[in-house]
Design a protein around this ligand. Sequence first.
Ligand code: GRG
Length: 298
Amino acid sequence: MEIKTYLTEQKKRVEKALLKYTPLPEDPFARHLESVRYSLFVGGKRIRPILCLAAAEAVSDSTEISDDLYPICCALECIHTYSLIHDDLPAMDNDDLRRGKPTNHTIYGEAGAILAGDALLTWAFDLLSAQKKSSISSENRLRIIQVIARAAGTFGMVGGQALDIENENTTFPFKMLETIHKSKTGALITASVLSGAIGAGASDKQLHHLRKYGDKIGLAFQIVDDLLDVTCTTEELGKTAGSDAEHGKATYPAYFGIDETRNKAKEAVENAVESLASFDNKAEPLRMLARYIYDRSN
Ligand code: GRG
């Protein structure tokens, strides 16, 4: 199957689930929930949920993916969306465009946007723990909650964002840039892969290889994001182009230049695909997704 067809089909499935699992904007919380739904449905590639489904498929005995994976997919997208809402706030990147549309705080105000983010983060853990009957064992559901919580918090996305902000307009060793990328962006991507695989009953050996795959595509994803920030227009990006330089952020292109950065993204993707060597053709979507991440940079 072509990657474009695959992405379109999976995105449809994810959006159907998001509609099912997101509360409707009803009184008395109508305005608050409208702001939550605004950011959740304003666009987005849905890469993290799609990785979760692809990882489940890679380790599954059956070709049918269990419906019980969808709350996990939705939780990942909720956490990702919350991070974008908060990242755009005046206290952080102060951006007025995201996913090609006005950012949450420009419509609902700063307090409204902070609360929309808070709600999405909390809702994610409600979704992960809510299903009374699930084909995923309680033990595995607990492992998934832990994997996602760890990736979203201080030792992952939040910590990475803190380091990123603390180090704006400073010069620091390349090692620090790696740490920022790994935690800010890579951790949730790896958790998306691992949570789908755990939900589908992956063995420890499979998880070991999938963690390597997740870490490498997470790195490639951020390198490509750095590249697109300098090579694309605001219209193409759907968010303000050149924002990294404007905020004095260290990036791969700033360290290595554009061509070498592209090589590094390619290398990370090749390493990701290599880590799937022991998987059969059920891991083909994971391989395609890795290549898609690199192809976005061209
Ligand atoms: C505020 C706790 C907190 C964290 C923010 C994710 C993040 C951390 C900041 C966003 C800054 C940024 C542009 C990071 C680069 C990688 C990234 C997360 C890009 C956006 O993800 P996509 O491309 O976006 O998956 P869509 O819109 O397709 O969902």
